[in-house]
Unconditional design. Structure first.
Length: 118
């Protein structure tokens, strides 16, 4: 039985690879504040980034830095979440990112979205 277990998106690849893709896109979103990707990948990354910012808001700075570093494994992205994004979103409870449809990719006609910080 899978009571109260959320299903994560596999992205058509094995778990380690999808974790790596989600992590790298999340790092790009945090550092560049927007990234263009396919819709399934954007939908997989969006809750991951939301949870990172919520973790930064709900914990002390040292504890949040440790938890975010454990998830992201990237020093400058962790630092930006703690120093910049925490101040920007202190009055907002959720909805830190948005997905905007951009169109389709030219080569394989895959639906593209732009994942950006609000």
């Amino acid at each position: 039985m899978r009571h109260r277990v959320k299903k994560t998106q596999r992205l058509g690849i094995d778990r380690e690879h999808s974790t790596s893709i989600v992590r790298s896109i999340a790092i790009s979103v945090i550092i560049n504040e927007k990234v263009q990707t396919t819709r399934p990948r954007g939908k997989a990354v969006q809750p991951f980034v939301e949870k990172l910012i919520t973790t930064a808001k709900n914990n002390t700075a040292a504890n949040a830095a440790r938890l975010i570093e454990k998830e992201l494994q990237h020093d400058s992205a962790c630092k930006k979440v703690i120093e910049e994004l925490l101040k920007r979103y202190e009055s907002r409870t959720s909805g830190f990112t948005r997905l905007l449809r951009v169109g389709n990719r030219k080569g394989d006609n895959a639906p593209l979205v732009q994942l950006e910080l609000v």
